[in-house]
Design a protein around this ligand. Structure first.
Ligand code: NAD
Length: 406
C-alpha cells in the first residue's frame, strides 16, 4: 500500500487510469496522492496477478480491468499512464487519444516510425494531450550537463559521445519480449531511445543521417533457453557472473547485444552512441565537446556521481578544471521518476509546458529505427525521415506551450 497520508480524493484531483500496471506500471504510484492533486482510480492489465497487486498497493477501491478498452470507456478517468510493453504503445496510445484521455506514454513512443507518426497524427486530429515519458531528461546528472551547456560553459557544442554500459542486459533484455525484433525492433531503439534523445537535447538538433554496426555477440551462443510456455525468470538484482553463465534466456533472440552508432545532427553536431549488454558495471557516460571546453559525467544514477568540466589550456587533469557533484537519489532512476510524474500531472492539470515534446520522442525512435536498419543492412548510411509538414507545424506550436490542454 502506498503512503498517501490518509488523503481522500477531492473533485479537483486528476483521476488517472494505468494500462499495464505490473513492471514499469509502478511508476504511476507517484501520481497517487488523493486530495493532493491526482490519484489512481483504475488499472488495466492482461495479467490478473498484476491487477491484484495493483489493488494491494493503491487500495481495494481501485477498479481493475483485463481489457484496457473498458478502462478507456470510463467517463470518470481524465488521464492514463501507458506503461505496457513497447509493442502495445501504438495501439494503446491511439485508442486512449481517441477516447479523449490525456496520456503519459512510456518511452519508446512506438517500435516503428510509422507507429509514432500514427500516434502524432491522432494527437493532432483529436487535439489530445500527448506526453511521452523520457525520464532520463529528469536525471540530475543530465540536467546539470544541459544547464552547463546552456550557460555557455563549453561554447558551441560540436561533438557528443555516449558509452552505455548495461551489466543487467542478460536479465532485463534477453529473457522476454525485448529479445525479439518483432516485439521491440531492437535494443538500439528500446534502450537507446533514452540516449538518442539526450544526445538530441544536449546537441540542440535531431539526427539527420545515421549509420551503425552491431551484432549478437554473446547471448546468441547461450543454449540454455526457457520453453515458450514457461514465464521468464528475471532476477531483480543480477548476481550472476560472468554473463556467459546466463540461463533461461528467451527462446527467440534476434536483437543485438553490442551496437555502435554514428549520427549527424541537423545542425552539424556529430555524435556517437555505443551500447553493450554484458559489462560488469551499469551506467552511461556522456562526453560533450564544444568550442571552449568539454564536460563529462562519471556515474549516472547511483554512487558518487559527478560532472567534470575542462575549459582551460591543454593539459592532463583527471578531475577537470571544475567538478559538479550530483545529488542523486539512489533509487527511482536517481529521482527522475517522481520528477517526471510530477511534471506530467502539472502539464495536464495546470497547462505547464513539458520538458520533452512529442517530436523529440518521435525523432529518438526514428533515429533508433534507422540505426537498427543500418546495422542490419551492411552499415549503410540512412537519412532519417521527417514528419509531415502539418504535424511539424502543429507540434512546433504545441512545443511553444500554445497547445490546447485537456
Ligand atoms: N523509463 C524507464 O526507465 C523504463 C524502465 C523500464 C521499462 N520502461 C518501459 O516501460 C514499458 C513496460 O516495460 P516492462 O518492463 O514493465 O514490461 P512488462 O513486460 O513487465 O509489462 C508491463 C505490464 O504490462 C502488462 N501488459 C502486457 N500486455 C498488455 C496488454 N495488451 N494490455 C494491458 N497490459 C499489458 C504486463 O502484464 C505487465 O504487467 C516498456 O515500454 C519499457 O520500455 C521504461
Amino acid at each position: 500500500m502506498i503512503d498517501t497520508n490518509g488523503g481522500v480524493p477531492t473533485k479537483h484531483d486528476l483521476r488517472i487510469g494505468v494500462i499495464g500496471v505490473g513492471g514499469r506500471g509502478g511508476l504511476a504510484n507517484y501520481a497517487h496522492k488523493p486530495g493532493r492533486g491526482s490519484y489512481l482510480i483504475a488499472g488495466a492489465d492482461v495479467n490478473p496477478k498484476a491487477l491484484q497487486e495493483f489493488r494491494e498497493r493503491v487500495g481495494q477501491e481501485a477498479r481493475v480491468y483485463e481489457d484496457y478498452r473498458q478502462l478507456l470507456a470510463a467517463d470518470d478517468i481524465d488521464a492514463v499512464f501507458i506503461t505496457s510493453p513497447d509493442y502495445c504503445h501504438e495501439e494503446h496510445a491511439v485508442a486512449a487519444l481517441e477516447a479523449g484521455k490525456a496520456i503519459y506514454l512510456e518511452k519508446p513512443m512506438a517500435i516503428t516510425i510509422e507507429g509514432c507518426d500514427r500516434i502524432l497524427e491522432t494527437a493532432r486530429r483529436t487535439e489530445g494531450l500527448l506526453y511521452v515519458g523520457h525520464n532520463l531528461r529528469h536525471a540530475p546528472f543530465a540536467v546539470t550537463m544541459k544547464s552547463l551547456i546552456d550557460q555557455g560553459a563549453i561554447g558551441q557544442v560540436k561533438a557528443i559521445w555516449c558509452r552505455h554500459f548495461i551489466s543487467y542486459g542478460g536479465e532485463a533484455y534477453f529473457k522476454d519480449w525485448h529479445a525479439q525484433r518483432e516485439l521491440s525492433t531492437g535494443l538500439l531503439l528500446q534502450k537507446g531511445a533514452h540516449d538518442i534523445d539526450i544526445i538530441h537535447w544536449l546537441g540542440g538538433g535531431y539526427t539527420q543521417r545515421v549509420h551503425a554496426m552491431g551484432g549478437l555477440t554473446l547471448y546468441g551462443d547461450i543454449k540454455d533457453r526457457r520453453s515458450p510456455d514457461e514465464p521468464p525468470m528475471i532476477r531483480s538484482v543480477p548476481d550472476l557472473w560472468p554473463p556467459t553463465a546466463q540461463t533461461g534466456l528467451n527462446p527467440v533472440i534476434d536483437v543485438e547485444d553490442l551496437s555502435h552508432v554514428q549520427m549527424q545532427l541537423d545542425n552539424g553536431v556529430l555524435a556517437s552512441y555505443v551500447q553493450c549488454h554484458y559489462t560488469p558495471d551499469a551506467w552511461r557516460n556522456y562526453t560533450v565537446i564544444g568550442t571552449k571546453g568539454r564536460i563529462e559525467n562519471f556515474g549516472d544514477y547511483a554512487g558518487d556521481v559527478v560532472v567534470r568540466l575542462w575549459n582551460s589550456a591543454p593539459d592532463y587533469r583527471s578531475r577537470g578544471d571544475r567538478e559538479y557533484p550530483i545529488e542523486s537519489d539512489q533509487k527511482n532512476h536517481g529521482g527522475a521518476d517522481p520528477n517526471i510524474v510530477d511534471e506530467f500531472v502539472r502539464v495536464v492539470r495546470d497547462g505547464d509546458s513539458a520538458s520533452l515534446t512529442p517530436l523529440d520522442a518521435r525523432y529518438s525512435v526514428a533515429t533508433g529505427c534507422c540505426a537498427t536498419q543500418s546495422l542490419r543492412e551492411q552499415s549503410q548510411a540512412i537519412d532519417v525521415p521527417g514528419v509531415s509538414e502539418a504535424c511539424e507545424a502543429y507540434f512546433e506550436k504545441y512545443c511553444d506551450g500554445e497547445r490546447v490542454t485537456a
